[in-house]
Ligand binder design. Sequence first.
Ligand code: FAD
Length: 417
Amino acid sequence: MIQLDVRTEKQEEVIKIIFDLIEELRGKYNKEQIIQETKDKGYPATLITELMTRAMGGDLAKHRDMFISTDKKGMLLKLDSLRCIINAYVDEHADKSNIPESLANYAPGRLLLIAMGLATIAAGKGGMDLIKSKYLPEIMQGHSMCYGITEPDAGTNTHKVSTTAVEEGDHYIINGQKIFISEADTATFISLVAKVVSKGGGESIGTFIVDMRTEGVKKTPLDIAAFGDIQYSVFFDNVKVSRECLVGVSGSKGGKQEGISSSVFQALNLERIGVSLICLYMGKVVFSKGVKQAKKKRSSGQPMGSYLNIKHKLAKVSLRLELANLAIKKAAEEFDKKGEPKVVGLYSNIAKLVSSEAAYEAARIALEVYGVEGLNRRDNIGQLMQMVRLPRLGPINNEMVLNFIGENLLGLPKSYR
Ligand SMILES: Cc1cc2nc3c(=O)[nH]c(=O)nc-3n(C[C@H](O)[C@H](O)[C@H](O)COP(=O)(O)OP(=O)(O)OC[C@H]3O[C@@H](n4cnc5c(N)ncnc54)[C@H](O)[C@@H]3O)c2cc1C
């Protein structure tokens, strides 16, 4: 088979180290143990802590430069290396699909939320020092982060957030509500997007890192049927935070702060690329099941894959997944080199749109090949289809991505404020 993703020697070396690590951990942690710990603690804490400690030390440590940038002009995290490894892993293991269930369900989301928190902090003044001195040590001990942007009346439109942070003396007072917050139960910190009202009367949209244990922060679980993790409403009732908690705020015009801070966009671009990677991963897993089934299952004495209508549909999906991989590669490269903000935004949005659509199409065609057999629990095609439907709705729905492309690539007039 032809390998489409050309890799460097260094990438191959890192991929081997990571594959060996995964194999070792797979032998060490059995599925029941992981499921039990997930029930008790909300996530497989022992496995994740070992994974993170091993990732920071051992053979991987000497390749840290592949994942974390030391170049002050670049971004903190290097997403294209991550894409390359995920793609290599899924290409080699997708049809075996024996990745521990709970790790597949919980780890990507949790790590993405932590990465978004760190990207937000890194974007602020003195962010790298703050990460090294305060947040990395906490994260290494198992503390995690969640991300709060969505509100009951501001789903998609961040300009309309009504959670306020009012400057008073040397601190801010936060009031408001966020909904659909993943991991709010286990996170120690929340990256909170709020309307910042400064003493001078200026308003802007900025990001605070708030300790969830602060007085006035409350959370209640939502009754949601989404597969994977639980979402929460998080309430802020006169929550007092120090000035240092505001890690990202927009520039000022005539002494007044205005607009949405770049820290918000950096976290959202990272989220879009991260979700694209999850889509690519899930899409390839479900697709490889479909291809395997098309080779095995017979209809009128012939393997399903020999019929042109099935073969052509599978071929088209494989191309869509490869094109999604290329779109993610482009977005990750622009993100890694801290490209022009509008360009990074455009490619992140494109990657999210094409990868979520490709993954959904992969599940749809796989189910077509399987027929009703696809609903059995062994292959889980029905459940995978529900999972890959979700990224078309969130973290940003694909209609908003089309709006963004229409306005920023084609120069069409705005359709909402
Ligand atoms: C599993 C899950 C986990 C989540 N985790 C988090 C989290 O951790 N933190 C967080 O902050 N949020 C989280 N969210 C929320 C998610 O980011 C929002 O669902 C997303 O921003 C979209 O908001 P909405 O569904 O309220 O969309 P709405 O704005 O209510 O839009 C609803 C629909 O209307 C259409 N629409 C809306 N505006 C336009 C427009 N201008 N043009 C064309 N069509 C439009 C779209 O089709 C859209 O699907 C999560 C959501 C899910 C499902």
